[in-house]
Write a protein that binds this ligand. Structure first.
Ligand code: 4NP
Length: 226
């Protein structure tokens, strides 16, 4: 299937038509639209060049970046964000340089697959969620560069857990949402109906897409500076 057809099947129609995503240069760019100028990233994320300078490298010199999506239970929101990101990444030219995972601030559901409602919502958009819940732990701050929290409560937990001297950075997924309009959280859908899961999917889709563009900007800044 042509990548654009796949996007049309998976992506909300309004995102396809989003003026911020106009004028893609090629198929890969269509899957990974440029960062909108009004994304208004927090200062710590606003300079991809600075991030390029801190990337770790494999033995052959290739830079890589580790991203872990984090919610409370690791059964609804972060598995959805991870599954979407993995799907979108298939079209990224630098996908081999990105490590992705997800975890929960609670271990209450450890070992459990994604919630059946999250699985059903993702399945309707052609995405299979393959996670088994696990808690986020101190060593994750060594494994990952960017810990992407679903809400401010998760973010606060990550900031308290962060070991002294860790260079990992915790942020919110909706820092990357071009349609956030000041909202900061991906709301917990656990006690919601199906509509809540659909809303979470759409937020995760468009935020994850811009996160992918940001990661590409970081990795390509490394190429231009080296
Ligand atoms: P998640 O959703 O944090 O998006 O995985 C939840 C999952 C489980 C519970 C709450 C939220 N719980 O209370 O068990």
């Amino acid at each position: 299937m042509h990548p654009t057809a796949a996007l049309a099947r998976l992506c909300p129609a309004e995102l396809m038509a989003h003026p911020k995503n106009a004028h893609p240069r090629n198929a890969a760019e269509r899957m990974r639209p440029a960062l909108p100028v009004d994304l208004n990233l927090p200062a710590a994320l606003a300079e991809p060049q600075q991030w390029a300078a801190r990337l770790r490298r494999r033995a052959d010199g290739t830079p890589w970046i580790g991203v872990c999506f984090v919610c409370l239970g690791n059964i609804c929101r972060s598995p959805t964000a991870e599954g979407i990101f993995i799907e979108q990444m298939k079209h990224y030219p630098r996908r081999e340089q990105i490590i992705v995972d997800s975890a929960g601030t609670s271990g209450a559901h450890q070992g459990a697959p994604a919630d059946t409602r999250s699985q059903a919502t993702a399945h309707r958009r052609g995405i299979t969620l393959r996670t088994l819940s696990r808690p986020i732990l101190g060593p994750d701050f060594e494994r990952f560069d960017l810990l992407v929290a679903m809400d401010r409560s998760n973010l606060g937990y990550l900031e308290r857990l962060k070991p002294e001297g860790s260079r990992a950075h915790a942020c919110l997924l909706r820092d990357f949402d071009p349609d956030a309009n000041g909202e900061r959280d991906v709301p917990d859908p656990y006690y919601d109906g199906d509509a809540g899961f659909e809303r979470v999917f759409d937020m995760c889709w468009r935020s994850s897409e811009m996160l992918g563009s940001w990661l590409n900007a970081v990795l390509s800044a490394d190429e231009t500076s080296s």
